[in-house]
Design a protein around this ligand. Structure first.
Ligand SMILES: [Zn+2]
Length: 273
């Protein structure tokens, strides 16, 4: 159990926004390495081949490496960072969040801010602050100072949220569960198959750039040409206040969720041969 928690910590603490997955890819590949041949596609996705007693069918199981995050768009004259979201963010979860900017000189801590509410009009105070009006304060006094610290447009930004078990240790707090848990499942499936005989070839996969249009899934599918794909990703928990069963039926601790419909795909139902 301790080993599993350590792997989940390593996978979720690692930064990796769409197009900048190298650090988390290396972490994932280090877990794949003892389990089979490690291969990668040209976009940066990584996979591990667990050979069975037959080369086909080829079965893929896994998820995507990238997490939603941001990149540095520009540095203001006063040393604040304006940022570009990567993936789908809603603005109300961002204000006062700590973030880390991954510069060429290493990570720099910052916090997301906006115009103080004290000086907003009563109407504006009721409105959501838009992401375009936010900035990151890294404590630099000028653009030159931020640049000297190594901050450049294009640098990756991720929330600073360290992995932690909650009081009930079955519940884990971390960033990037979407979709480091899919990568963890791929690793764990291959680990358990080490002592099994199976009449197929199983590929554990971790793809890139899912959050900006499922791009890495295409390159990985071209590389492997699978017959079957078991795609592991996150779903919404329906056990939080205000969520009705018509909206979500899933509850934490009640087992996995099988999606039978999403906006891009209707998976083959299990009853079809
Ligand atoms: Zn996802």
């Amino acid at each position: 159990m301790q080993e599993l928690l350590q792997m989940l910590k390593a996978l979720t603490d690692a930064p990796g926004v769409p197009g900048n997955e190298k650090i988390v890819r290396d972490v994932t590949a280090s877990y794949f390495a003892p389990l089979g041949e490690v291969i990668s596609d040209n976009l940066g996705g990584v996979a591990c081949v667990k050979a069975g007693t037959a080369s086909s069918p080829k079965i893929v199981v896994g998820g995507h490496l990238d997490e939603i995050g941001f990149m540095v768009a520009r540095i203001t004259d006063e040393g604040y960072i304006k940022f570009q979201p990567l993936g789908g963010w809603v603005s109300q979860v961002l204000l006062a969040q700590r973030v880390e900017i991954y510069t060429r000189n290493g990570p720099i801590l910052g916090v997301i801010g906006a115009k103080p509410p004290h000086i907003l009009s009563p109407e504006d105070r009721k409105k959501l602050v838009e992401i375009k009006d936010m900035y990151i304060d890294i404590g630099a006094a000028s653009q030159d100072e931020a640049t000297a610290w190594g901050v450049r447009p294009g640098d990756m930004i991720v929330p600073k949220m360290e992995f932690a078990p909650l009081h009930n240790e079955k519940f884990l707090l971390a960033k990037a569960w979407d979709n480091r848990i899919g990568c963890a499942v791929a690793i764990e499936v291959l680990r358990r198959l080490q002592t099994e005989t199976h009449p197929n070839t199983v590929y554990g996969v971790a793809t890139v750039q899912e959050e900006v249009g499922l791009r890495g899934a295409r390159t990985m599918a071209n590389l492997i040409e699978p017959n079957v794909a078991i795609v592991v990703d996150t779903a919404i928990a329906g056990d939080t206040p205000g969520v009705t069963p018509d909206e979500v039926q899933a509850k934490l601790g009640r087992g996995p969720v099988v999606l039978i419909y999403d906006a891009l795909m209707i998976p083959i139902p299990p009853c079809v041969s």
